[in-house]
Design a protein around this ligand. Structure first.
Ligand code: TNX
Length: 502
């Protein structure tokens, strides 16, 4: 019989006298359409992957290898127990990231319009494989895949997270692990908040003091440091192989003290009028205040700096976007700055993203606004919006009321798992969601894990699964069944009360 996957209704799809009970897998994000049959397909020790696009099956090979299974790849269609078919014309309706998955007693078939779709089919399969494969080395396992069919594609193109690396630094190794975790939940955009008052975290070869001086700071007890351009490139390649595009943010014209300190000429008055007043000679800023520093907007020289920095960032950034920040600053020349910075980004053939404040200015119509308070009405009609509303998606806020080292300015009780899951909208200008973790109080890898996980998994489902299929009770149940996998992956996730983590 056919079982329609509706995890709120039932966990088991077997009749009572069935000894080998088939359990509906807990896929997150829930696929847009899924039907399970009441049987398993057991993977053989020797697997043949049959495809006309052998360059797209390395992730599948890796998965099978991790489960201790042998694979060989053959060119053709229907010549093995695995068939991977890419057809950009016939399967166009699946979009770049969609896929179809058929599991029968003959084997597994994956269909997609593009390589990203195959990648996501493999992520879905991964969640059906035993958790032992997450330990990192090849283990010998028995893999029983539930038979059935899945048709799946994302609701939103933008399924992102943001790591604040400026208040406390997070290095290449952590970011790679973070990318792996995002990919497992089909997230595809990683925004790096690379600069702020406390630290400058990316090498700019034409402005070496940014890292010689500006990278040395952090909040009290935070970590300093920066990514070299080589590391930044390595991270992008690593992410791109997992269908994740990196978005660099150079926050301007405010949140810029680490640059002012490195190049004092960017500051209007040699630090005299800064509030809170800095020491003279100026020191690193290790505190938490926001909205007090800015580039000297009346000095045209700052645009040489802006252009040099954006130019270098554009040259080393593989994705189409550069984020210019633009938050939390008041200045009569603010709008003029935004328009100029936007046009500099465009001159380097990139698309500008800015925090919602930038839409007070006459920006280019393809600029993307990142909404965090949801209070700014854009002066340019139909600007595209990424949703990062603080009351639902600011994961530096507590998982529960009273959690230590959280900054609950937007919502006193913190941002619960259910808050993160409650997003819904019908605004056609919204292209997706992104969940930021600001690092004023998030100083270590363990703390960063605790803030992202599991709430980022809720955001991943929000961004992928159609609204009509989403259900918090179903989500909680499926999430609990991911406890083993999250533990095997060594993620220091917050054990949300009310979830049965196994
Ligand atoms: C607001 S959100 C900020 C950040 C802080 C954050 C703390 C935004 C665009 N600016 O500078 O780190 O609140 O939650």
């Amino acid at each position: 019989f056919l079982y329609s996957c509706d995890a709120n209704k039932s966990e088991s799809i077997a009749s009572e006298d069935d000894t080998n009970e088939v359990v509906a897998p807990s896929i997150i994000p829930l696929p847009s359409e899924v039907n399970w049959d009441n049987k398993y397909y057991r993977l053989p020790a020797e697997n043949i992957i049959c495809t006309d696009n052998p360059e797209t099956v390395s992730w599948l090979q890796k998965l099978l290898h991790e489960a201790g299974l042998n694979t060989s790849v053959q060119t053709g269609s229907d010549c093995g127990n695995w068939n991977v078919q890419i057809n950009s014309e016939k399967l166009e309706s699946l979009g770049e990231e969609g896929y179809e998955l058929y599991i029968t007693d003959k084997g597994v078939k994956i269909k997609a319009a593009a390589e990203a779709g195959v990648f996501y089919a493999v992520q879905t399969l991964r969640q059906m494989f035993p958790v032992e494969i997450e330990k990192g080395e090849s283990v010998s396992t028995t893999v029983d895949l539930p038979q059935g069919t899945i048709q799946d594609q994302p609701t939103y193109q933008w399924r992102g997270t943001m790591v604040d690396m400026a208040r406390s630094f997070f290095g290449l190794d952590y970011l790679k692990r973070h990318v792996d975790r995002m990919a497992l939940y089909k997230m595809n955009r990683l925004h790096l908040h690379l600069t702020d008052d406390q630290g400058w975290r990316i090498e700019i070869k034409g402005k070496p003091k940014l890292t010689e001086i500006g990278s040395k700071g952090s909040v009290v007890r935070g970590r300093s440091g920066y990514l070299t351009q080589e590391e930044y490139l390595e991270l992008q390649d690593y992410a791109l192989a997992r269908n994740i595009i990196i978005i660099p943010e150079i926050d301007m014209p405010g949140h810029i003290y680490s640059a002012l300190l490195s190049y004092p000429e960017l500051n209007c008055d040699n630090f005299e009028n800064l509030s809170p007043k800095r020491a003279t000679p100026p020191e690193l800023f290790r505190n938490y205040n926001v909205g007090w520093s800015k580039l000297c907007l009346e000095n045209p020289k700052i645009y040489e700096f802006v252009s040099e920095v954006i130019g270098e960032m554009a040259a080393i950034t593989k994705g189409p976007w550069i984020h210019i920040g633009g938050d939390e600053i008041e200045d009569p020349r603010y709008k003029e700055f935004v328009v100029k910075a936007d046009s500099i980004v465009r001159a380097y053939d990139k698309i500008t993203i800015g925090w919602e404040e930038v839409t007070q200015a006459e920006v280019s119509p393809d600029l993307i606004s990142q909404s965090w308070r949801g209070t700014v009405e854009s002066v340019v009609p139909d600007i595209k919006v990424i949703h990062s509303l603080c009351s639902q998606f600011y994961f530096d806020h507590g998982n529960v009321p009273g959690q230590e080292n959280t900054n609950n300015w937007c919502k006193k009780s913190g941002v619960s798992l259910e808050d993160a899951y409650s997003f819904d909208n019908e605004d056609p200008n919204i292209i997706g969601v992104e969940v930021p973790v600001w690092s004023e109080f998030v100083l270590t890898d363990e703390m960063m894990d605790n803030r992202f996980w599991p709430r980022a998994i809720a955001a991943a489902e929000i961004a992928w699964t159609p609204g009509a299929q989403r259900d918090y009770a179903s989500f909680k149940k499926r999430l609990g069944r991911h406890g083993d996998r999250l533990r095997a992956l060594n993620i220091n996730f917050f054990r949300t009360p009310g979830i049965d983590w196994g």
